[in-house]
Design a protein around this ligand. Sequence first.
Ligand SMILES: C[S@@+](CC[C@H](N)C(=O)[O-])C[C@H]1O[C@@H](n2cnc3c(N)ncnc32)[C@H](O)[C@@H]1O
Length: 373
Amino acid sequence: MASPLSRLVTRVAYGARQMPRVAWFVGHSLALRRLSEVARRQEGRKARRRPRTDLPVPERNQIYADMAALFLEDLANVEAGVYPLPIDHDGSFATMLHRSRLFFEDLPAIHERRKRRSKTEVLTENTRGKRPRYYLQNFHFQSGGWMTNDSAERYDTQVEVLFNGTANAIRRQALPQLREAFAGRDQRKLKILDLGCGTGRFLDSVKQVWPRLPTIGLDMSEAYIRHAKRELKRWSRISFIVGKAEAIPLPDNSQDAVSSIFLFHELPPKIRRKVLSECARVLKPSGRLVLIDSLQRGDRPDYEGMLELFPQSYHEPYYESYTSEDFCALTAACGLTHIRTVNVFISKMMVFDKPARDERPANRRVDASVATS
Ligand SMILES: C[S@@+](CC[C@H](N)C(=O)[O-])C[C@H]1O[C@@H](n2cnc3c(N)ncnc32)[C@H](O)[C@@H]1O
């Protein structure tokens, strides 16, 4: 049991790290809102219609209360020893300023794309055929889609601004689920794969808990993988693959855990099914799959309107189908067992296990051929 003094020190240290960070990104978010209002006013009647919904949208105070609940949960995990006091690795103040500048400089281009509903700039003679067509889009209307170094450099700021500085804390909520699966086992003999690892933020958190755990990040973007390699070079036993989550270049039954964060809402329904089938294939018997992504329809009635507003402001062609996707049915069709689902602020976490070898029904095929919605 920690002494009252060490608890106090932990709390102060936690607050000292997280509060300025939240203030930084909430500040960006408020500035962004102001700039959008100014642009709308300047464009007058020609301005694009404001995003609309008739469904409930949470008040600002509700959002801040839910953010506070998330941070309290994060702190409780630290106090319970589930993970150490987290380091967010946002870079030096100069790096943060640089990324902030990149973020703001890109806003006019995003605004133009949003106005013109232009979303396939990244589909060029150079990229055509090198990536699946569904991937070659300017997701979020962002410059470069997933294809450029600048996009990778801006990404974490964009996500944290969208999430008011909670994105890393949301990702960390997957760690207790992994700890449960890894309990009593030697980390050096385990393996984890993070699908759609992006800039590597989640793997960084994983390594802070299990520095000697062999870890693989897979992403279809060369630029994001390059960025992740640079950001995570402090860690050993970590490797990266530029590849497709729907065709994982790893053997059957090879991973103790597979994680995937903020990927599934960006996948077409058919690809979602293939990716889940691949997760089931590469997991070892008793292996664990942890998914974190947006809330879905019916998860939180008070946030329902947000699910309608989000794809009106950001290019998210598969988001609507994602919000009504039945992951329990899809994973069951792949032979995975649903363990639990937990709402995490504006996200949700879903946990599935692959049955132990002797628990699997005889002749069960790992198959995700559930009808595409
Ligand atoms: C929204 S980002 C999420 C990144 C990261 N997991 C995070 O926590 O922020 C989606 C990432 O998935 C990658 N991606 C999208 N479709 C993919 C696919 N079919 N296979 C592999 N990576 C994919 C993109 O390149 C991008 O880096």
